[in-house]
Write a protein that binds this ligand. Structure first.
Ligand code: HEC
Length: 94
């Protein structure tokens, strides 16, 4: 099974990549409980992610360490997974 010998896609600085499908699965499993499939559920007093303007690095920190009643994912997800989920939720923005 080859990739057709075309140029390999490598993301800047990351040795490992998490696909969008995996990122979505992680989001559904870890985040949709409070934030909903579209980021707008707002359960457990969580903010509407479609209105969030938090920068990527801030989101990564927040997802890693948690905040208030939001649980941190440190030790549960690796850094590539956390980054992928942090990117994934940008799609909720309008
Ligand atoms: C137990 C409920 C819960 C779960 C599960 C949860 N969150 Fe949250 N989330 C919250 C709450 C509550 C806040 C507000 C924290 C605060 O500011 O005190 C928040 C805040 C955020 C914010 C900041 C939004 C902003 O602009 O202020 C982001 C981004 C976010 N969550 C993403 C995620 C992601 C990604 C996951 C999955 C890895 C996740 N959350 C899982 C409850 C949750």
């Amino acid at each position: 099974m080859g990739c057709g010998g075309t140029e390999t896609h490598s993301p800047a600085g990351a040795g490992e990549e998490v696909s969008e499908v995996q990122a979505r699965a992680l989001y559904i499993r870890k985040c949709s409980l409070c934030h909903g499939d579209d980021g707008k559920l707002m359960a457990s007093k969580s903010p509407d992610l479609s209105l969030s303007t938090l920068a990527l690095d801030k989101r990564i920190a927040l997802i890693t360490y948690g905040k208030g009643t939001m649980p941190g994912q440190k030790g549960l997800l690796n850094s590539a997974e956390i980054r992928a989920v942090a990117r994934y939720i940008e799609r909720f923005r309008e």
